[in-house]
Design a protein around this ligand. Structure first.
Ligand code: NAP
Ligand code: GLV
Length: 306
């Protein structure tokens, strides 16, 4: 069995030996134009040329959870695309989002600047019932995040394509229930896949539906948020601020208004990293399962785009 590996930004020098060790019977090599035909491709943001040249693939493994970059390409008909299914990401996402929710709710930025100025003063405690948290997307990551936030006794709402039953989470689903979800939420966390249906979902009209004093946490993809609309909602006072881990253009261009906005906290697309050893172990298990004719989790539905 031959495996071809390509990543636009991960470290081939450690992934290739890692995959090789996990699949000792296979030959794992770095893809380059004209590379030999492989049975499986393990990729992140591959060029179209790889897909066009590799005509014998039995499956394409995406070394991330989001497949939006792959979905922009012409995919070979009938070849399954399999994404990372947690692989250590959900706990990272839960800790990042809980941190952002609590930092905002407990006004920790305000306390930090007070203390830096030598000021010892207290703010009026806030009530959790006034800060319902809404999670857009209740998949592998969103469900873990919603349950984790609920552990801190915040009211939690969730929105997904299909209805869900998750303890401690009020479930909304489908386009028809998005308005009600937003109106019921004050802190809105985006954990949707980027698809034609979800691109620009957090635009001026939707941001205005979040409860006044609202807060946005985007940990999915930058193109879910209309940047200018978010800035206007914050500067106009409807929203209190945002925590953003993902951006339309990454790295975030120098000079972008998000860099120095006093009410926006940014991080460099780091809320849930691909963990090499967990991911390699998962991909190796799935390749073995496919070789045995079994089905595997994380298979992408190209028609849905996720
Ligand atoms: P997932 O398991 O596929 O979950 C996606 C969720 O979104 C599902 O609940 C799905 O509903 C819902 N959804 C999709 N389209 C919808 C629509 N049009 N209307 C309503 N709900 C919709 O994905 P995941 O593994 O949780 O990952 C989510 C995203 O997080 C990824 O696509 C990626 O972009 C992002 N991500 C970011 C980072 C980072 O470091 N910032 C790391 C990893 C992933 P159903 O359940 O009903 O299908
Ligand atoms: C990271 O953003 C991923 O999709 O895994």
């Amino acid at each position: 069995m031959r495996i071809t590996y390509y990543s636009a930004d991960m470290d081939a020098a450690s992934w290739i030996p890692g995959l090789q060790a996990a699949l000792p019977g296979a030959t794992v090599t770095l893809w380059e134009p004209g590379a030999p035909q492989a049975d499986y491709a393990v990729v992140w943001k591959p060029p179209q040329q790889l897909l066009d040249e590799q005509t014998s693939l039995k499956a394409i493994f995406n070394t991330g959870a989001g497949v939006d970059a792959l979905m922009q390409l012409r995919l070979p008909a009938g070849v399954p695309v399999i994404r990372l299914d947690d692989a250590g990401m959900s706990v990272q996402m839960a800790e990042y989002v809980c941190h952002a929710v609590i930092r905002h709710f407990r006004e920790l930025d305000g306390y930090e600047s007070d203390m830096a100025m030598g000021k010892w003063s207290f703010r009026k405690p806030r009530s959790r019932v006034d800060y319902p948290v809404g999670v857009l997307g209740l998949g592998v990551l969103g469900e873990r995040v919603a349950k984790s936030v609920a552990q801190f006794d915040f009211p939690v709402n969730g929105w997904s394509q299909s209805p869900k039953t998750i303890a401690g989470v009020q479930s909304f689903h489908g386009a028809a229930q998005l308005d009600a979800f937003l109106a019921a939420s004050r802190i809105v966390v985006c954990l949707l896949p980027l698809t034609p249906d979800t691109e620009n979902i957090l635009n001026a009209q939707r941001l205005a539906q979040i409860r006044p004093g609202g807060y946005v946490i985007n940990v999915a993809r930058g193109a879910h948020v209309v940047d200018a609309d978010l800035l206007a909602a914050i500067d106009g006072g409807h929203l209190a601020g945002a925590t953003l881990d993902v951006f339309r253009v990454e790295p975030l261009p120098q000079g972008h208004a998000f860099w120095n906005h006093p009410k926006i906290t940014i991080t460099p697309h780091t809320s849930a990293r691909t963990l090499r050893s967990e991911s390699i172990a998962q991909i190796a298990r799935k390749i073995a399962a496919l070789q045995n004719g079994q089905t595997v989790a994380g298979r992408v539905d190209a028609a849905r785009g996720y």
